[in-house]
Design a protein around this ligand. Structure first.
Ligand code: UDP
Ligand code: MG
Length: 329
């Protein structure tokens, strides 16, 4: 079978309220463009009717492919599975909730034809998202920029087009805690942005509650930066200086015969030292936990079944997709 020019990767988790409209918008868009295409849906262990609805659509449209996970593995692993199986010369990652409008993909394709390898969508305006979500997102992207050793664009999610050589390079990165947008920056090649207004979610609720967002943020920072570990050195130096100053003062106070009122100082010093140590133990724990999970070398996800795709080997192991990459490039 000939490879399509365009692959769309769409992770889907409990989105039964959206599937019909998504299908309509996709087909309207795909019939307009002048490219051969496929759409790879990843059903991330949905518990509603999502899976059945996708399989029904795929039964009628062979260019719709479905990968169903055996349980919920999370958005980043869903798009990873999509990249492992997408065959297009250009591959686009987009959300199912129509917050990444298919029409913007036309602009991305134009940039790709100009010779760019990665075209990411940059949000100029975000509609229908709470002030809290927007403020935390803005703060997070700026913090990341300060902490990460690689350049990652501001206000950019996973909505992006990647050329096949970028996708093949991504297949070689098999780490467990994945922050896909930064991994794409890490791969390099010629990258550019298209700006778009991010519309409101079409229906249903966000699948990224605060708890998941926090975990995602910590993954993002720890998988690309060891600056938090270095914090220990700086905190240690700082508390060392404080300790020297305090001891000088304590000796002076003792000599001057004023030792009794020292209780408060001791309490404060002990509390400060204890909190600094606990913070650093926590940060060490974050990294050690990740080392532990990496050394297990588990597959990143487990595929339950597929439709319109050659039978999967069931899992994605560390070596296999990289082998595919070297064979085909
Ligand atoms: N999603 C997923 N697995 C998850 C959570 C989300 O595949 O565990 C999908 C979801 O169906 C949607 C996309 O990831 O297509 C983005 O999720 P959502 O729109 O809820 O995030 P938000 O836009 O609110 O950040
Ligand atoms: Mg959304």
């Amino acid at each position: 079978m000939q490879r399509p020019a365009l692959s769309l990767i769409i992770p889907v988790y409990n989105e039964e309220a959206i599937i019909a409209e998504l299908d309509r918008r996709l087909k309207a868009f795909l019939s307009e463009i002048d490219e051969t295409w496929e759409v790879v849906f990843i059903d991330d262990g949905s518990r509603d009717r999502t899976s059945e609805m996708l399989n029904e659509l795929a039964a009628a449209e062979p260019r719709y492919k479905v990968i169903s996970f055996s349980r919920n593995f999370g958005h980043q692993l869903a798009i990873t599975a999509g990249m492992d199986r997408a065959e297009g010369d250009a591959v686009v990652i987009m959300d199912a909730d129509l917050q990444d409008p298919p029409e913007v993909v036309t602009e991305m394709i134009a940039k790709w034809r100009e010779g760019y390898d990665v075209v990411y969508g940059q949000r100029s305006v975000r509609h229908g998202e709470s002030v809290f979500k927007r403020a935390t997102a803005a703060a997070f992207y700026r913090l990341l920029r300060a902490l990460l050793p690689i350049e990652i664009p501001l206000d950019t999610g996973d909505f992006r087009l990647m050329s096949r050589r970028v996708v093949l390079s991504m297949r070689a990165l098999r780490e467990q805690h994945r922050f896909v947008r930064a991994m794409v920056s890490w791969v390099g090649f010629k990258q550019t942005a298209v700006r778009y207004e991010r519309p409101e979610r079409f229906a249903g609720e966000t699948k990224y509650p605060l708890r998941k967002m926090l975990r995602f943020a910590i993954d993002g920072i720890t998988s690309f930066s060891i600056i938090p570990l270095r914090l220990a050195t700086w905190l240690g130096l700082f508390s060392g200086v404080v300790a020297i100053v305090t001891s000088g003062w304590a000796v002076y106070a003792a000599v001057a015969g004023e030792t009794v009122p020292g209780w408060a100082t001791i309490m404060i010093a002990v509390a400060l030292a204890a909190s600094a140590q606990l913070i650093m133990t926590g940060i060490l724990g974050e990294y050690i936990g990740r080392i532990y999970e990496e050394v297990k070398r588990r597959p990143l996800y487990v595929v339950g079944e597929t439709q319109n795709l050659p039978p999967a080997d069931g899992t994605s192991t560390a070596a296999e997709p990289a082998a595919v990459a070297s064979q085909e490039s």
